[in-house]
Design a protein around this ligand. Structure first.
Ligand SMILES: NC(=O)c1ccc[n+]([C@@H]2O[C@H](COP(=O)([O-])OP(=O)(O)OC[C@H]3O[C@@H](n4cnc5c(N)ncnc54)[C@H](OP(=O)(O)O)[C@@H]3O)[C@@H](O)[C@H]2O)c1
Length: 373
């Protein structure tokens, strides 16, 4: 039985959500799910974008992490009318946004693009739902917390009904920057990304597969993506950076709560499916040793160091795919600047970069009793 009985997505379904592999380490934030109320006392939860890549990863993640769901409301566009989505062995009919609003969900996980979020997020909060939004629509709104739970769960206050999930490339970056910033004070980061086609949704996978099959591809990208690299993620802005690059710049400052951390990025789309990779150069204010850096990273929950280059051990998207963690390796001091550090960071953008982070926010809300009573 497919996880999503939507014929448009046939043949491209991701593997089922396996149990998370979690390193045993001292944790300030519990990376593994903590079981809460029994499903009978669980939440009515709407997943908007339920037929998409992120929505499907959320639905698998809710089941795998045993989030207490009493009723699941899968929501998609009119194109998916008559479709069903599988959740815990049941085929559940896909609803429209209007139908989901009438069912008064406690929690809404929005993953259907910025326009849907702008139009619908407030409609759900006005009926008392808490909304976690995966789009970029609300991320830089000063009244909306932008949250990676291991980094800044404390940004969520009781009054917040709308919470933004950061951009996928930002999430994996701040998971590594946070412990280093706390200890060594990061002043500057230069980032080059190597981003998976899954970052552009189902249409990105479709273009890659069609090109590989020799079919004439429906292009989501302006150029071929197979056997190619596009230094172009999202749209170009007046400052010659792309919107994706500026998300890394602005969102990192907001999540770390420090406007002095400067991030400049070049975001590149590559013909890869399993996750995003980032080559990161940092300049830090305080002196550091590489063993100190490793120690700081080891203590960060949800982060795994894979760094034994002589044994060919370093993070790669094929290994990070379908995992919840962020992987870091190739840790080394810069050759020309004593305060400079290089690293390579990889994570599955559909998991920690989107679905897992959103579910972790929901778990935090559930644990801290922030839902409608
Ligand atoms: N992909 C990533 O790595 C990633 C990471 C972080 C955040 N995000 C964000 O997550 C969102 C979804 O991304 P995705 O990769 O899952 O895209 P996707 O595979 O293209 O899926 C889009 C989903 O949105 C639904 N949708 C589109 N228009 C709708 C409408 N008017 N009303 C209701 N549902 C509508 C689609 O339903 P139909 O099937 O009916 O068309 C589908 O379920 C985007 O905002 C994206 O920026 C994505």
């Amino acid at each position: 039985m497919p996880a999503c009985a939507n014929p448009r997505h046939g043949g491209n379904l991701l593997p089922l959500y396996p149990a998370a592999t979690t390193a045993s380490k001292r944790t300030a934030y519990p990376h593994k799910p903590i079981l809460m109320a029994s499903p009978a006392h669980g939440r009515t939860l709407a997943v908007v974008g339920a037929t998409g890549l992120v929505g499907q990863a959320i639905i698998r993640g809710l089941a795998a992490r045993k989030f207490p769901v009493k009723t699941l409301l899968p929501v998609a566009s009119a194109r998916s009318k008559g479709m069903t989505v599988e959740f815990k062995g049941q085929d559940i009919p896909v609803l429209t946004l209007e139908e989901a609003l009438e069912r008064k969900p406690d929690l809404v996980l929005l993953s259907a693009g910025g326009d849907v979020s702008l139009q619908w997020a407030k409609a759900f909060t006005e009926i008392g739902a808490t909304v976690v939004d995966n789009s970029s629509a609300w991320r830089m709104d000063p009244d909306v917390p932008l949250v990676v739970p291991e980094v800044n769960a404390d940004a969520i206050e009781d009054r917040h009904r709308l919470i933004a999930n950061p951009n996928c490339s930002t999430i994996q970056l701040v998971m590594v920057l946070k412990p280093l910033h706390d200890r060594f004070l990061i002043r500057r980061a230069i980032v080059s990304t190597y981003q998976s086609v899954t970052g552009t949704g189902q249409a990105g996978i479709d273009q890659l597969n069609q090109e590989r099959d020799g079919a004439s591809a429906n292009r989501i990208y302006p150029h071929p993506i197979d056997r190619n690299c596009l230094p172009h993620c999202d749209v170009f802005l007046e400052n010659d950076f792309t919107k994706e690059e500026m998300k890394l710049h602005h969102e990192t400052k907001k999540i770390l709560g420090d406007a002095q951390v400067e991030v400049s990025a070049t975001a590149v789309r590559v013909p890869v499916v399993g996750g995003h990779s980032e080559s990161v150069y940092l300049e830090m204010e305080r002196p550091f040793s590489v063993p100190d850096v490793r120690e700081a990273l080891q203590l960060m929950p949800g982060l795994i160091i894979q760094d034994d280059p002589m044994a060919n051990v370093y993070p790669m998207p094929v290994k990070a795919a379908d995992k919840d963690e962020v992987f870091v390796g190739r840790i080394r001091r810069d050759l020309s600047f004593e305060q400079g550090l290089h690293m390579w960071i990889v994570s599955d953008n559909l998991r920690k970069g989107a679905a897992t982070n959103a579910i972790q926010i929901a778990e935090f809300l559930q644990r801290s009793g922030r839902f409608r009573k």
